[in-house]
Design a protein around this ligand. Structure first.
Ligand code: FA5
Length: 340
C-alpha cells in the first residue's frame, strides 16, 4: 500500500502545475481527496491491515495528505498571482498621461488688469514699485500734508495698529514721501498696492481694495503731462481712444487738485447704461504735488514740480468687465472667477 501511495503522490504532484484555474484545482483536489477520490479509495483499505501496518500506513498517509494539501494551496496562490499579473498587463493605466480635462488656475481679474496697467505705464518709461500695507501715521498722513489736527484725516477711516504710530495704509499716497526721499528727479513711478479702510462694505465699497499711485517729478511738469499719461494708459487698457476731463477736487497733497473723468469707452461719449447716460466715467483724484509735500520729501518746489494721481483698481476692473458688485473680488467663488 505504501508503494501505491508513493505512485499516487508523484502522479498528483506532476499533475498540479498544469492546472490553469481555481476550478480545475478544486476539481482535481476533489478527485484525489474527495469522497470518491483516488487517495480516499486507497485509504479505505487501511481497515483491512494488521494493527502494526495500520499505524505505519496511517502516519504516512496523513503526511501525504498534508503535502498534497500544501501543493494544492500553493497552486491556488500562484493562479491568483498570475491573474493579478495578467490584469496589470492588460489594464495598465498611465496616470501621468494628460487627459485634457483638468481645469488649470489663472490670474485673478484684478491681477490681470494690474499687469495691463503696469505694461501701459512701462511703455511710457515709468518704473513700477510696491507699496507697503503696514505704514506709519507719519507717511500716511503727516508727510502728505495732513497734520493731526487736519479735518482731512477723517476722510479716510483708518485701521490703527498697536504700537507707536503704525497704521494699515489707507492710500498708496503713503508712498509719496518714500519715493521723493529715495529718488532723484526725473522721477516717473507707479506704485500699486493694497489699502485698507474701516468702512462698511457694499456693492461699491470694500474695506480692502487696490489702488495705483502715480508720481512724476521733474522740472516744468504740468497738468498737460498728467492728462497725456492717463489718456494713454486708459486708451491702451480699453483698446480705444478716450478723452480726459478734469474737475476741481480737494486732496491735501496736491495743489491744484482735480477729479479725473474719462470719456465712456463703451459708447464713445454718447451716453449709455455704463456711464449713466453722461458720456463720462469718474475715475480718480490727482493734481500737482503740493509744495509742502515736495519740501518734506527733500525737494525744492522752486526748482521742481510734479503731478500725483491715485485710482482705485477694483472700480476700474468693474468698469472694464461690467462687474456690478465689488464683493465678488474677495469671495474666491469659482463661478465668478472662472469667467475671466
Ligand atoms: C485717495 O485715496 C487719494 N490718495 C488719491 C490721490 C492720489 C489724489 C494722489 C490726489 C493725488 P480717494 O479716497 O478718493 O483718494 O480714493 C481713490 C480711489 O480709491 C477712489 O477713486 C476709488 O476708486 C477708490 N476707493 C476709495 N474708497 C474705496 C472703497 N471703500 N472701496 C473701493 N475702492 C475705493
Amino acid at each position: 500500500m505504501l508503494n501505491t501511495l508513493k505512485v499516487l503522490e508523484s502522479e498528483v504532484l506532476a499533475g498540479i502545475p498544469a492546472l490553469k484555474s481555481e476550478q480545475e484545482v478544486y476539481d482535481f483536489r476533489n478527485s484525489v481527496v474527495g469522497k470518491n477520490g483516488s487517495l480516499t479509495g486507497v485509504l479505505k483499505g487501511i481497515k483491512d491491515l494488521s494493527a502494526e501496518d495500520k499505524q505505519t500506513v496511517g502516519k504516512v498517509s496523513n503526511e501525504l495528505r498534508d503535502r498534497l494539501s500544501a501543493a494544492f494551496d500553493a497552486r491556488l496562490a500562484a493562479i491568483a498571482d498570475e491573474r493579478v499579473e495578467e490584469r496589470l498587463k492588460t489594464e495598465f493605466v498611465d496616470v501621468t498621461v494628460p487627459t485634457g480635462e483638468t481645469a488649470s488656475g489663472h490670474l485673478h481679474p484684478i491681477t490681470r488688469a494690474l499687469l495691463e496697467v503696469e505694461d501701459a505705464f512701462k511703455r511710457m518709461g515709468f518704473e513700477v514699485l510696491e507699496s507697503k500695507e503696514v505704514t506709519t501715521e507719519y507717511l500716511n498722513f503727516d508727510a502728505v500734508n495732513v497734520p493731526s489736527s487736519h479735518p482731512a484725516r477723517d476722510m479716510q477711516d483708518t485701521f490703527w495698529l498697536e504700537g507707536k504710530g503704525n497704521v494699515l495704509s489707507t492710500q498708496t499716497s503713503s508712498m509719496q514721501n518714500v519715493i521723493l526721499k529715495s529718488k532723484t528727479p526725473p522721477i516717473r513711478v507707479i506704485i500699486p498696492g493694497r489699502v485698507f479702510r474701516n468702512e462698511d462694505i457694499d456693492a461699491t465699497h470694500e474695506n480692502t481694495f487696490y489702488q495705483v499711485e502715480g508720481i512724476v517729478v521733474d522740472k516744468g511738469i504740468s497738468m498737460a503731462n498728467l492728462k497725456y499719461a492717463i489718456r494713454t494708459m486708459l486708451s491702451d487698457l480699453f483698446g480705444r481712444e478716450v478723452s480726459i476731463r478734469l474737475r476741481p477736487g480737494y486732496f491735501p497733497f496736491v495743489e491744484p487738485g482735480v477729479e479725473v473723468d474719462f470719456s465712456c469707452p463703451f459708447c464713445g461719449g454718447e451716453g449709455c447704461r455704463i456711464c449713466k447716460k453722461s458720456g463720462w466715467i469718474e475715475f480718480m483724484g490727482a493734481g500737482l504735488i503740493h509744495p509742502n509735500v515736495l519740501r518734506e520729501g527733500g525737494l525744492d518746489p522752486a526748482e521742481y514740480s510734479g503731478f500725483a494721481f491715485g485710482f482705485g483698481l477694483n472700480r476700474l476692473v468693474m468698469i472694464k468687465y461690467g462687474i456690478t458688485d465689488m464683493r465678488h473680488f474677495q469671495n474666491a467663488d469659482v463661478r465668478f472667477l472662472s469667467q475671466f
